[in-house]
Design a protein around this ligand. Structure first.
Ligand code: ATP
Ligand code: PYR
Ligand code: K
Ligand code: MG
Length: 527
């Protein structure tokens, strides 16, 4: 896969292991961190602290709770963004064809290892340690003797006490009799059911999802939808058509690939989606453990080649209850960065974990260390080879801009963009420095009113490794001089502390139909 070439820079020195990590800065890591917001991470203070620690996207998982609950959290996020002066992408995660235990009372269910429990499709039964009603009538038909069933809240490892694994012993009509393999206490009203490699005959975009998108999604003009359990390219197309109908055509679709069915159709899904979420939680159940890394490397590499963002999930499970990750988890985060991931997604760690801010900060620090030794040159060469010749003008100038930034040791690359495309093109070539994207708003009319584009496009760029968007004020759209357009980026970089007077930057912009890259010495701006 790497053809014997090193995925870390050859000059990565042993001494860097012993020097202390970079001080906290405005840019904690180039890799993006998307945190799921929920009970333990929804106060303004906590969200603000997460933003400062490096959270660049917030995931609202509709498998949990309802629109009103998420609305309150979102209002708090908006206040936190203002306080912290940081943008954050807003991601709606669909429920999809997910099976759940109907625990209407919400009482904890204590299951003991080596006892029996019956999963039933009869939802009139009340959940208890003896009977677990599941919201899918076909359940007894899709499982067979010997299958493994996992139950839990975002974690189903089957070795901690909040999730359980069961072995199917016998199927009798609507009842599936199972052996409990580990002692656990299942709490709350949301308990997900997961069985490996079963075909669930439910739509990927469910009626409930459509209703959530039509209400909560439209109201909040959400930036990204994470399409849970994407299995076919048609799933993405169907959602795209639905979004268009709801006047949400700018909303991006990240296909969450988390089943073997999705894996089989990965290449087509990637063509239609705006990004990929590599959902290792579910995939870790569908695939044998020894295969997960292989698909991770394949999927990330494919996304890198076409310049689409890829986000990896389930990295520091143990931080749900602990202040420190395990050694294996910490190493796994670094390896995801070295594989080429754009972002890391936190689930239970921030949603219901005890240390949401620490989880964000710790993951950010690990990512930053891995980025320091990331073999940018090798990545660059692979992309150039993949794109081939002749390149489009924009692609050729964008890749040259990245080269120039390395050669002149530029502090950042500044790119003017309106759709975000130009910034993504630069990011595809993975410069080792941040990309400051100045997003130029455009006036646009719909049947009711005139509005400016830009805010969604800016926040969406927060899903891509290395991009730091700044939303320009609309008057920048009619630049007096070229330099006037650069001013906001430089002022921002200066106040945030990543630009100094003796730095140089590379600027990528479109003038008419031509793409231009130029090198600018900053001294002139600092007089
Ligand atoms: N120096 C500058 N100062 C202010 N605005 C600039 C400057 N250079 C370019 N721009 C503006 O930036 C915007 C770049 O947007 P453009 O639509 O060309 O890029 P994009 O959205 O990334 O790519 P695409 O056209 O492929 O969607 C244009 O509106 C352009 O006028
Ligand atoms: C996040 C998610 O859905 C998964 O990892 O499976
Ligand atoms: K979900
Ligand atoms: Mg999942």
């Amino acid at each position: 896969m790497q053809g014997g070439q090193m995925i870390v820079e050859e000059n990565a020195q042993l001494s860097t292991v012993l020097t202390s990590s970079a001080k906290p800065s405005y840019i904690p890591s180039l890799t993006k961190i998307i945190a799921t917001l929920g009970p333990k991470s929804r106060s303004v203070d906590t969200i603000e602290a997460c933003l400062k620690a490096g959270m660049s996207g917030a995931r609202f998982d509709f498998s949990w709770l309802d629109g009103d609950y998420h609305q309150e959290t979102l209002e708090n996020l908006r206040i936190a963004m203002k306080n912290a002066k940081k943008l954050c992408a807003i991601m709606l995660d669909t429920v999809g064809p997910e099976l759940q235990v109907c625990n209407t009372t919400g009482n904890p269910i204590d299951l003991k290892a080596d006892t029996h429990v019956t999963i039933t499709s009869n939802i009139s039964k009340e959940a208890s340690a003896e009977v677990l009603p599941v919201d899918y009538a076909e359940f007894p038909k899709i499982v067979k003797k010997g299958d493994t069933v996992f139950l839990g809240q975002h974690l189903f490892t089957g070795h901690e006490t909040s999730s359980v694994w069961l072995e199917v012993l016998e199927i009798k009509g609507e009842n599936v009799i199972c052996l409990v393999k580990n002692t656990a206490s299942l709490s709350g009203s949301m308990i997900t059911v997961c069985v490996s490699n079963v075909k669930i005959n439910l739509a990927t975009l469910t009626e409930k999802d459509k209703q959530i998108i039509s209400t909560w999604g439209v109201k909040n003009n959400i930036d990204i939808i994470s399409l849970s359990y994407t299995r076919h390219v048609e799933d993405v197309r169907e959602l795209r058509a639905f979004l268009k109908m709801k006047n949400l055509s700018e909303t991006q679709i990240y296909a969450k690939v988390e089943t073997t069915e999705g894996l089989r159709h990965f290449d087509e899904i990637l063509q239609e989606a705006d990004g990929i979420i590599f959902g290792r939680g579910n995939l870790g159940i569908d695939l044998p453990p020894e295969k997960v890394f292989l698909f991770q490397k394949y999927a990330i590499s494919k996304c890198n080649m076409v310049g689409k963002p890829v986000i990896v999930t389930r990295v520091v499970d143990s931080m749900t209850g602990n202040l420190r990750p395990t050694r294996a988890e910490a190493t796994d985060v670094a390896n995801a960065v070295l594989d080429g991931a754009d972002g890391i997604m936190l689930g239970a760690e921030t949603l219901r974990g005890l240390y949401p801010v620490d989880a964000v900060r710790t993951v950010g620090r690990i990512c930053a260390e891995a980025e320091h030794v990331y073999n940018h040159t090798l990545h660059y060469k692979k992309i150039v080879k993949h794109v081939g010749e002749p390149m489009t003008h924009a692609e050729s100038v964008a890749s040259s801009a990245v080269r120039s930034a390395i050669k002149v040791k530029a502090a950042t690359i500044v790119v003017f963009t309106s759709s975000g495309r130009a910034a993504r093109l630069i990011a595809k070539y993975r410069p080792p420095v941040p990309i400051v994207a100045i997003v130029i708003p455009h006036l646009r009319a719909n049947s009711l009113k005139w509005t400016f584009t830009g805010s969604s496009q800016a926040r969406q760029l927060l899903g891509v490794r290395g991009i730091y968007p700044i939303l320009a004020s609309p008057d920048v759209a009619a630049p007096g001089s070229e330099e006037s357009g650069l001013r906001p980026a430089i002022d921002h970089g200066r106040s945030a502390g990543f630009l100094k007077s003796n730095d140089r930057i590379v600027v990528f912009q479109k003038v008419g139909n031509s793409s231009v890259a130029k090198i600018v010495e900053l001294q002139q701006f600092f007089i």
